[in-house]
Design a protein around this ligand. Structure first.
Ligand SMILES: Cc1cc2nc3c(=O)[nH]c(=O)nc-3n(C[C@H](O)[C@H](O)[C@H](O)COP(=O)(O)OP(=O)(O)OC[C@H]3O[C@@H](n4cnc5c(N)ncnc54)[C@H](O)[C@@H]3O)c2cc1C
Length: 491
């Protein structure tokens, strides 16, 4: 082994760790650098008042045997370390609570079709068309196709149109399009801007199968880090990359805040592309590249709280609730609730997430977490009160409930350095389709980008996007052999 085989990865989220594990398995000497004290990025939960607070994993799709996320976790060797329960045994994965009705997002396309027909009896044609699109997405949603084959049937003009146009073409009612747009909260783009393929593939992954983890995000983060270390990988925590070193348009390594320099011919940035840009020397980039990246629009910010509740008041249930205040979702007022068990006897925890536009918080972006001014704390308290009120309206009175923690977009700025506190990275809106087309590629030899901004957000979107980049770095046949050597079926 020599320096030629060294790889440095910036960031230890699901993107960085997926890249790290695959490359370590291939025999590279991999070092991951993480600015936080512990690895895992958004995957990692944290503990307050003895209660585990989840951050970036509430549920995942496509984790059944032979499905894409499971195949990826099998390849990484982490499947058995991530205990999960299948959601939907009671017929509900997500409960959409609207002002005048409730809709159940079920496990499986057949039941989804039935529920839609029942809820929208006046729109049988529209429901049939939409379900037929989702069925064909499901058929094509195979890891083999997504990673190693060109999809001949992918119709660009159909799939790159905004979801709203598609609904217009079908003549869908406001109610039907509103309901079907509720899951867009996870993509961070509205229906007028979300490309059809992103909506349909995201929905398809949860229709394949939906899973809630039984441990904690911290246990997930530790499982990935543990697996990586077992393979010989090194994780340097609590030290941030400040500079990416470049000579003659070729990457040389990175410089850390501590002053340490790490040399390697390959650097993979598992961070937001704008953060990568800040680390690069001015002379290394053409202004056009710099402008393209720095002008990218972000997904929206979010606010959230974690609320400990006596289990008699809110019993554990596996489904999520999307509480919609507006009769015509999802323009505003969609709140996500997830109930989990805690290690504190007699208590469950409700995690509640809602839109939190950055403009409201921008004025305090220069302040640090430890020194937020009083007016920020007051604004956060007002926001918390609004969210608590929604929790009461969704669940009724909550005697004995305790606020465990609250966060704003500035929390994401502090935790992940997320530009504008964006929760899901760069917006994949149709308006940015050209700007975001090849974000993994950089004009610097040996420098690659992975992470949620590159292909699609979410655990599956980020891991999948990372494997697509790795296929280009090591060659598709080398990556494919990794799957076939493990006898992972369907690849
Ligand atoms: C509130 C919330 C809920 C979510 N829920 C779900 C869900 O239920 N299901 C799902 O599939 N997805 C969910 N997601 C999305 C999912 O969590 C993310 O898409 C995914 O985890 C992003 O991974 P990543 O590797 O791109 O980035 P991150 O996890 O952000 O990792 C990047 C890492 O880089 C580090 N870093 C940044 N700058 C530096 C530097 N200079 N030097 C060193 N390290 C640095 C950061 O500290 C961070 O650890 C959720 C996201 C949020 C915000």
């Amino acid at each position: 082994m020599n320096d030629r085989d060294s790889v440095i990865i910036i960031g230890s989220g699901i993107g960085g760790m997926t890249a790290g594990i695959v490359l370590a398995k291939l025999g590279y000497r991999v070092t991951v650098v993480e600015k936080n004290k512990l690895p895992g990025g958004l995957m990692r939960s944290y503990t307050r008042k003895g209660i585990e607070c989840e951050v970036g994993i509430h549920y995942v799709g496509a984790l059944d045997a032979g499905q894409p996320l499971r195949q990826i976790f099998d390849l990484l060797g982490v499947s058995s370390r991530l205990p999960c329960v299948r959601m939907g045994d009671d017929g509900i994965v997500d409960k959409y609570v609207l002002p005048d009705t409730t809709f159940h997002f079920p496990p499986g396309i057949g039941q989804f079709e039935e529920n839609l027909h029942r809820a929208f009896p006046a729109e049988p044609r529209q429901v049939r068309e939409i379900v037929s699109l989702l069925r064909s997405t499901l058929q094509q949603f195979s890891l083999k196709q997504l990673l190693f084959e060109k999809n001949q049937e992918f119709d660009l003009s159909l799939h790159l149109q905004p979801l709203e146009h598609y609904f217009d073409t079908l003549g869908c009612s406001h109610r039907l399009r509103g309901l079907l747009s509720i899951p867009l909260g996870w993509i961070g783009v509205g229906p007028d801007e979300c490309p059809l393929y992103l909506w349909s593939s995201s929905l398809a992954s949860y229709l394949m199968s939906s899973w809630k983890h039984e441990s904690s995000g911290a246990a997930w983060a530790d499982a990935f880090a543990g697996r990586f270390r077992e393979l010989g990988g090194e994780i340097i925590c609590d030290d941030r990359v400040t500079n990416i070193l470049v000579q003659d348009k070729v990457v040389q390594g990175v410089l850390l805040k501590s002053g340490r320099q790490l040399n390697a011919p390959v650097v993979i940035a598992g961070i937001h592309p704008k953060l990568m840009l800040r680390m690069l020397p001015d002379h290394a980039l053409k202004p056009s590249f710099r402008n393209r990246i720095s002008s990218l629009e972000e997904t929206h910010g979010i606010v959230g709280i974690h609320l400990a509740v006596p289990e008699q008041a809110v019993p554990y249930h596996s489904y999520n609730t999307f509480f919609v205040e507006d009769k015509q979702p999802p323009r505003s007022g969609v709140t996500f609730f997830n109930v989990r068990r805690t290690s504190k006897p007699g208590y469950n925890v409700i995690s509640l997430i809602a839109d939190g536009p950055y403009d409201k918080w921008r004025q305090w972006e220069q302040t640090t977490r430890e020194h937020r001014p009083a007016d920020y704390r007051e604004a956060k308290e007002r926001e918390t009160a609004v969210l608590l009120d929604r929790a009461h309206r969704a669940f009724g009175p909550l005697p004995g409930a305790n606020l465990v923690d609250a966060y704003t977009p500035l929390s994401f700025l502090a935790w992940m350095d997320s530009p504008e506190g964006g929760a899901y990275g760069v917006s994949r809106s149709v308006r940015q389709k050209f700007k975001t087309a090849a974000l993994h590629r950089t004009p610097i030899g040996g420098l690659h980008a992975v992470g949620q901004s590159i292909f699609a957000p979410g655990i599956l979107g980020t891991a999948l996007g990372t494997l697509r980049v790795l296929a280009q770095i090591v060659g598709p046949s080398v990556l494919q052999k990794q799957f076939t050597d493990l006898k992972i079926e369907g690849i």
